[in-house]
Unconditional design. Sequence first.
Length: 582
Amino acid sequence: MQTTKKIICRRDPGLAANDFPADLHPVLARIYAARNVRGTEELDRSLERLHHPDLLKGIDTAIGLLATAVKTDKHILIVADFDTDGATSCALAVRALTAMGAKHVSYVVPDRFRFGYGLTPEIVAIAAQRSPDLLITVDNGISSVDGVRAAHAAGMSVLITDHHLPGDTLPDAEAIVNPNQAGDRFPSKYLAGVGVIFYVMLALRAHLREVGRFSGSGLPEPNLAKLLDLVALGTVADLVPLDHNNRILVLQGLQRINQGAACAGIQALLHVAGRNTSSITAADLGFFIAPRLNAAGRLEDMSFGIECLLADSKSTALTMAQRLDTLNHERRAIEADMQAQAIEAVKTLSLENEVLPKGICLFNPDWHQGIVGLVASRIKDRVHRPVIAFARATDNELKGSARSVPGLHIRDALDAIAARHPDLLRRFGGHAMAAGLTLDPEKLHEFRLAFDEEAARHLSEEDLQGKILSDGELAPEDLSLELASLLRAAGPWGQAFPEPVFDGLFEIVNRRVVGQHHLKMALRCRDHNKVINAIAFRQAPDGVAPDWSHARAAYKLDINQYRGSRSLQLIIEHLEPVSSPT
């Protein structure tokens, strides 16, 4: 299989343009500057620094709808999505509305295998059976023109809360709150779906406070900060860029989780994942909690995940978390088989074309449509080019999940293909790095050619190189538990605000393979006697340790906690031999 050789490139710190406190560790100053943090104000991650809800377009109309529904005991039905962002958005809306006195709140999640994504006419028909007065979409709806029309025909009002990029035509909903719609003044365009509904609930609480809802009725004013654990989880899971506003939301949620104040469902999911609930990071949410929730939406019904997040009983939440853990194991087994088949398919592409297309489309009639997004992501990481993996939804429809690389905005690419080939795509939507689409099976070959052509318009050969961006070399004295602790506290790290990676030359003092494919090493710093433990995950694929004496490593600083003790450990991202230690 043709894979992309990784190269280590160092970030430009750009220190001259920044204004940081004099006592800030110089390595931290370098890291922040390289991530376009421009001064002390952006280092403040307190709730007071959040942007104000009033800046969101449509917020006043949305609050008018919600306030009337709450005060007149209307039936409010949440239309959710089947991923972690959708699940946390739904759970947050139900909890917040109930806390503010709404007496009739329910939800529905589309079956991804029968109805697909969003507020479709078919989902409206399901919703209508419950006779709701107001539909609220969370993490979906901005493209649901037909769904909103069907809801109106059935006598329902619609409030859309979403963060996906809008198309040329907006649904005719009573209100739309989406920071990415035209004319919106909200400074952060990167809110996840859960972030959008959180802001809507903040605005609703402020309105109800002003009209005396809490002071006059004996209803306690809810502390919505208690829901920030859900906001943090959904934001990290949806891989939205962690700009300053999102970093505040995630950090504040993480602090509540680490203080033991998370909802029972999140605590239970952390327990079954074997995570230390007092030192959770954003990476723990993304790699251990989100996959277990997503497994419900991928294999069965996300309602089960939402119920876990809504559970108040610890025992009930634990039972549900254990079931989600089982589903996740099933998902991993299915994914492993599909990934192996995808790797073979890419090998075939390499043999047929000598070089890989710049945009890759993969299809297997036996693939599980709930897993294709994961397969696309894994193959994209191996070949460093945009990948779309397709599964058969019905005899007459394929569903594809796309993952992209820097240099190609995948949703815009699909939009351009649809403009050039009007009859090619049935539906599509998404973000810069991820998208979904459907098309007729007989049009797959034509789409494959169009996608490769569109990718070639934007991606140079340099774009297709696998780059590891490094924050430079660390002095031996900075390879310390102290700096590792500072870095952990300096986040949260994540999408578009990556965890620091450093690089340097080391002598390999000893090495051994652990867990069949992982490389455990002791490394000595160049020109220094300091020896540090390191682990390189999945970098001994044949179960054999390399016999190099010296290597250049790209690594992260990590804190290894074992039996109450803490020690420094390097997590190796990339390892390559060097001919000499100099």
